[in-house]
Design a protein around this ligand. Sequence first.
Ligand SMILES: [Zn+2]
Ligand SMILES: [Zn+2]
Length: 342
Amino acid sequence: MTDTMRAVVIANYGGSLKVANRPVPRPGFGEVLIKVRASGLCSTDLHLLSGRQPLGDLPRIVGHELAGKVVELGEGVSRWRTGDRVTAAIDVTCGRCRHCLAGETQLCRTMQRIGFERDGGHADFVVVPAANIVEVPAEISYEAAAILPDAVACMYHSLIHQGGVGIGQRILILGVGGLGIHGVQIARSAGAEVMATSRQAHRIALAEQYGAIGVNTADQPLAVAVAEFTDGEGVDVVVDNIGTRESVRQGLSVLRPGGKFLVVAYLDETFEIPSIPLFKTELEIIGCRGSTKQDLIDVVRLVQTGLVTPILGASYTLEQIAQAAARLESGDLVGRIWLTRD
Ligand SMILES: [Zn+2]
Ligand SMILES: [Zn+2]
């Protein structure tokens, strides 16, 4: 095997994502080396350039959505074999704190995340703990598997665990992007009726294709649409994939009494919460962070059984990272952008 590999790195904050040659990492105790076959490009990869989240020593290889083949086992790894097709849960957690012990690994205070505090998957190879990897069945492509850890598992965690979404409920999803379109499918497969908003017609059309009632908020007032959808009652759960003061204000205003507002996105640094409705109608505002390994295992099964279809947009090579980033920022795609490997 070669000693060096291509990798998309953050070399310094404030710059852009660049392709560099990096040494191929070696798996330590309990770790595996994965030959990456596809990795999903997330807007977070671009936000990391700001330096607002410390990544430790630079250069850092980014990429937290990946799928590939196990090519080398570190010492102490017995459950996996070379050649296994896998994806990986993003959070590398301690396994000992009260949150980890309770299965709420997304709250572990000492976690390191793949593609954040440790090197990630926009590379030819990545080392991850064997404890993080999840088998990908043959009928799921590498590119589809690559986007499951974040774009799909995060929505699953939000809706099913944090939101308790289930049969007969009426759900409002604010924003049909890479997360929202999977949220539509997950909520539908859980038995909920779903309304989804966007200001772009092609996003509305895609949400409708997967069973949502679409509302184009550019030309239709949300309050009126929700009143019609719920016979004036308000929705059970709002999922905010936009994360602005305006989306929070709008979302809270269309909840039924006792409804839940799921905070998934955080574009604005602070939100304003009107106190009287919060108090009078016992609204719940619930943060949603990432997903657990079990969430990832669950979504792999949802995809395998056809309940959820990963929505892919366009592919680029590692060397085309600048074009891929520009395409992501242009916002014209709903489906995930992924980076291919030759
Ligand atoms: Zn992400
Ligand atoms: Zn922990």
